[in-house]
Design a protein around this ligand. Structure first.
Ligand code: SAH
Ligand code: SF4
Length: 337
């Protein structure tokens, strides 16, 4: 049996788990773990007795960094081994200006079954706990230096693991820990409408990206089974609610699939869908997954899409395709567990 870690607890949670009367000890341990990167032996401000108890009953990490692959474009994909023998992947992205972003997983596998995604092919194994989410960041950070940005766009559907997602964000932004800025975090969802509403109500007020893919309900039902549960009208309502509550611009992710959602009529439907919302559209040409039968869009189609959005004054970006050589780009994650 491996020992648990305290990486998934806020300071008050650490104090409670250890039954500490002096709650500031929880804060000291939290600070040692997340800000100072210390192991328990190095937490010299703690009484000797508490330090040895921590060393006996807890491990600094419950997960272990596994194989790491580097793409010539600078992207790194890291396998993280979980205590139960399962594994997930996370990715470190570095852009031209040297800004680093960690792309984290929230589940081992995924139950949502989107037809174009490799993680979807795996099926669902289990939710990650908050420690397993936070530790991915620390493993990347320890190996590659400080990381300022986080996207929850790795394996799994974050809003189907809402409590652990929320806790991990609270840990990342805690002023006495990593003190990351909420503005530098994005949670991506395939469209779990009630999860969007709950996140808006209970916080943290983090920005969300919705993998809309298409605003055509019938096509979306076919390739994204989530649509059969929460249709486009309900999804749009949840997005509008999130925007009203948080004041944040919404990101819409459109994975371009040749012949399926890349025609002028598809752009028009998208424009109808976003009317009244403040959005930025992120165009992502499909990254190929050998087992799946989709095709990448032509370059001209991507340009057409961008032009149409521009003339409707909808800002858009095109996601640069990092990590494709190591199977670390969007939708390619899928360590076999
Ligand atoms: N489950 C969440 C977050 C993880 S997926 C979600 O679906 O949003 C991260 C992003 O990768 C999503 O926008 C998804 O639509 C996209 N994606 C999935 N498969 C892809 C592929 N083969 N090529 C490009 N993007 C893909
Ligand atoms: Fe799951 Fe997101 Fe992949 Fe859909 S796109 S199967 S929700 S990881």
């Amino acid at each position: 049996m491996s020992l648990p870690s305290l990486q998934g607890e806020l300071p008050e949670g650490i104090a409670a788990r250890l039954g500490l009367e002096k709650t500031y000890r929880g804060l000291q341990i939290f600070e040692g773990l997340h800000r100072l990167g210390k192991d328990f032996a190095g937490m010299t401000s703690l009484p000797e007795e508490l330090r040895s108890r921590l060393q006996r009953d807890y491990s600094p990490f419950t997960t272990r960094p596994g194989t790491s692959l580097s793409d010539p474009d600078g992207t790194v994909k890291l396998r993280v081994d979980l205590a139960d023998g399962a594994a997930v992947e996370c990715v470190l992205l570095t852009d031209q200006s040297g800004r680093r972003t960690a792309c984290l997983s929230t589940q081992a596998g995924c139950a949502m079954g989107c037809a174009f995604c490799r993680t979807g092919l795996l099926g669902f194994h289990r939710n990650l706990d908050a420690a397993e989410i936070v530790e991915q960041y620390h493993h990347l950070d320890r190996a590659h230096g400080p990381i300022g940005n986080i996207v929850y766009m790795g394996m799994g559907e974050p809003l189907m693991n809402l409590e652990n997602l929320r806790r991990s964000i609270e840990i990342f932004i805690h002023p006495r820990g990593m003190a990351l800025s909420l503005r530098k975090m994005t949670v991506s969802t395939c469209g779990v409408a009630p999860g969007i509403v709950e996140l808006a109500d209970r916080g943290p007020p983090v920005g969300i990206a919705v993998s809309l893919i298409t605003a055509d309900e019938e096509t979306r039902k076919k390739i994204m089974p989530v649509t059969r549960r929460w249709g486009l009208a309900e999804l749009r309502e949840a997005m509008a609610y999130h925007q009203k509550k948080t004041g944040k611009r919404l990101t819409l992710e459109i994975v371009l699939l040749k012949g399926l959602n890349d025609r002028p009529a598809d752009v028009r439907r998208l424009l109808d869908f976003v009317r009244g919302l403040d959005v930025i559209v992120n165009l992502i040409p499909w990254n190929s997954v050998s087992e799946l039968d989709f095709r990448e869009p032509d370059e001209e189609t991507v340009q057409m899409y961008r032009r149409e959005l521009e003339s409707a004054r909808i800002p858009s970006t095109r996601r640069y395709r990092r990590g494709r050589k190591i199977g670390g780009a969007c939708g390619q994650l899928g360590v076999v567990v």
